[in-house]
Each structure stands twice: as structure tokens, then as C-alpha cells.
Design a protein around this ligand. Structure first.
Ligand code: PEP
Ligand code: MN
Length: 341
């Protein structure tokens, strides 16, 4: 941490700041300049750094207090230089293969889910997506089938041999969703639901943590840190688009975040171009772009009849569309030295 004293700070005030810093357990390295004094604080205790910074910034004889190390640790590349590999069923997420996770936005019935699951399997993919608990902006829209949806997902997965990724919204439901799912999705609206993050962090199921639609990369990584610091190291990050001034697309899919997060963190990165664009016609192009940008996996909404889908029909691709997407994504994966699993 670096503390820049205000130009008018007196020797007593400088000493006051040094005493506070020492009191928190830091060592101080002051530079007494002609214009102003800058104090370096080192040997940081794992105490609440943000709290120390806030306290210092409140003083009118401190100009600024800046953290020089990242506010997350366990999820950082410095902590673990190689990308974390998460094994789910027969696949390794974060390994050489790009993983495809596909299925309906929401589970509607056993028959429809099975139809899409068979397609996913027949193309050689291993993970089925589908929402049972749906976070909805409107309280009047379909909220998902709940536990019945989980049962359908599990039954379909057992018949087809697929693994399941499905959302959990409430810390009280982590246990029940974990009984049915292979990967717990934490949705964009819950990225900063700290009780939920902690609960998932105490469990052992892999988590797919979506980026909050408003969240900065640093906030997203701190959310991941909540889970990992709780003991669950199996976290993948999912870029699903952020709010910008653009209204043509539902969200702005931030693919620069994929490359950025790959630099900053060892966690695997998944891209969801379905929520990311809100338009089925853009999903294939953005899937290819995501793989080229370094994504370790894709999360795609597929429905046998998107025009009849209960949720997110506008961004769901048809079965034929998914076959075409898989085909063109395989070429891009090969071009960047990977395969599609
Ligand atoms: C979804 O995957 O269907 C979903 C609701 O995702 P998000 O949380 O990104 O909106
Ligand atoms: Mn959806």
C-alpha cells in the first residue's frame, strides 16, 4: 500500500499516519520529499486492507492511499501459474479441449430436454445446460420448474450420460441442487450474493460463476475469491455480456475480458454468447470469436423449436443451427491448437 500525504501535511500528521500503519502490522518506508511525503506500507498483514485504505483516505492530510497488490489472491495467476483443470464426468475443463455446454434456457419437459440432450451427445459433447430455478427480472414471468426441473435434468443426464450445469439462486438450495447437478451455475444477478458464494465455497461441486452484468473484472475475480477462499477451488468464470449503452444486442459480450481474465487468473473461462447477444443470429459468430480469444468452453442455448420456447427463444438456436455452430467451432478450435469436446 502506498500513502501519498497531502502537500500541507505537518510532521505530526505524517507521524500519525505512520503510527496507524505500524499499528495495523505493516512496516513503513517513508520518502520525505520537498513537496510531499509518500509512505510505503509493506509486509501486509492479511487483515482487511480495504478497511485500512478507507480509514487513511478519510484523513484530510492524506491525498490518496493505494493498494499495490491485487484484492484477490487464490484466484490470481501469481498464486498458480498454470490454468486450473476441473474434471466433470469425462471432461476436463481448462485443459487442451474447449468444452461445449448446451441445452435449453429453462427445462420445460422431460421429452424436450431429452431431445436436445441426445443431440448434444450425438455431436460428442458432454455437458447439458438447463435452468430449473430461473432468475427473472419480472416476477410475473416463468420462474422455472424448481425441483421437478432438477429431477428431469438428472433423468435425462442419466439416460444420455451427460453432466449437468444448472443454476442455484438461493444459499438454502445449494444442498438440493448439488444432489442433482454436476456444476452449479451462479447467475449474473447473483454474482455479488455473498451468502450464496460462501455456501458454494463450502461445498465440493464445481461452480460456474457468471460475471455480473454491471461488474468490473476485479469485482468478478473477488466474487470468485469468495468461493475459492471458502475451500472450493473448482471455479470457472463465465463471461455473459455486460450492460452498455448499446441496445441492439441484449448485452455487450466483452471478449476482451476473456483475454484479460486469462492473464489475471488461473481459473478456466467459459463464454455464454446466448445471454451475451440476446440474438440467435449472432451466437455462432460470437462462439467462434470466443474460442479464438482463448475461452475454455462455451455455454449455448439450444431449443428444438425456439419460437415456442418458454424463455429466451430469441437467443436460442435450433438443432440445425447447433450442428452448424459445432462444425464451424471445431475449425476455429483446431486453428488455435485446441479441439472441441
Ligand atoms: C441463463 O443462463 O439462462 C441465465 C439466466 O444466465 P444469466 O445469469 O447470465 O442471465
Ligand atoms: Mn437464458
Amino acid at each position: 500500500m502506498i500513502v501519498v500525504m497531502a502537500p500541507h501535511a505537518t510532521p505530526d500528521q505524517i507521524r500519525d499516519v505512520e503510527d496507524r500503519i505500524i499499528g495495523w502490522g505493516y512496516g513503513v518506508h517513508p520518502i520525505y520529499g520537498a513537496e510531499r511525503t509518500v509512505i510505503g506500507a509493506v509486509g501486509v498483514p492479511e487483515a482487511d486492507k480495504a478497511h485500512c485504505l478507507e480509514q487513511l483516505e478519510r484523513l484530510d492530510y492524506v491525498e490518496s492511499a493505494i493498494a499495490i497488490i491485487k484484492p484477490y489472491k487464490f484466484v490470481s495467476r501469481e498464486f498458480r501459474p498454470e490454468t486450473t483443470c476441473i474434471n466433470v464426468g469425462s471432461v476436463s475443463i481448462g485443459g487442451p479441449s474447449v468444452i461445449m455446454m448446451a441445452g435449453p434456457c429453462t427445462v420445460e419437459s422431460y421429452e424436450l430436454t431429452l431431445e436436445t440432450a441426445k443431440l448434444v451427445r450425438s455431436l460428442g459433447f458432454s455437458v447439458l445446460r438447463g435452468g430449473a430455478f430461473k432468475p427473472c427480472t419480472s416476477p410475473y414471468s416463468f420462474q422455472g420448474l424448481g425441483v421437478e426441473g432438477l429431477r428431469i435434468l438428472r433423468a435425462v443426464a442419466d439416460v444420455t450420460g451427460l453432466a449437468i450445469v444448472t443454476e442455484v439462486m438461493d444459499p438454502r438450495n445449494v444442498e438440493i441442487v448439488s444432489q442433482y447437478a454436476d456444476i452449479l451455475q451462479i447467475g449474473t444477478r447473483n454474482m455479488q450474493n455473498y451468502d450464496l458464494l460462501r455456501e458454494v465455497g463450502h461445498g465440493s461441486k464445481p461452480a460456474l460463476l457468471k460475471r455480473g452484468m454491471w461488474a468490473k473484472i476485479e469485482e468478478w475475480l473477488q466474487a470468485a475469491e469468495y468461493i475459492v477462499s471458502g475451500g472450493n477451488e473448482k471455479v470457472m468464470l463465465c463471461e455473459r455480456g455486460i450492460r452498455t449503452f448499446e441496445t441492439h444486442t441484449r448485452n455487450t459480450l466483452d471478449l476482451s475480458a476473456v483475454a484479460a481474465v486469462k492473464e489475471l487468473s488461473h481459473l478456466p473461462v467459459i463464454v455464454d454468447p446466448s445471454q451475451g447477444t440476446g440474438r440467435w443470429s449472432l451466437v455462432e459468430a460470437m462462439s467462434r470469436a470466443a474460442i479464438a480469444a482463448g475461452a475454455d468452453g462455451l455455454l449455448i442455448e439450444v431449443h428444438p423449436e425456439p419460437e415456442k420456447a418458454i424463455k429466451d427463444g430469441a437467443q436460442s438456436i435450433t438443432h440445425e443451427g447447433f450442428v452448424a455452430l459445432a462444425d464451424s467451432c471445431r475449425s476455429v478450435a483446431a486453428a488455435v491448437g485446441r479441439s472441441l469436446a
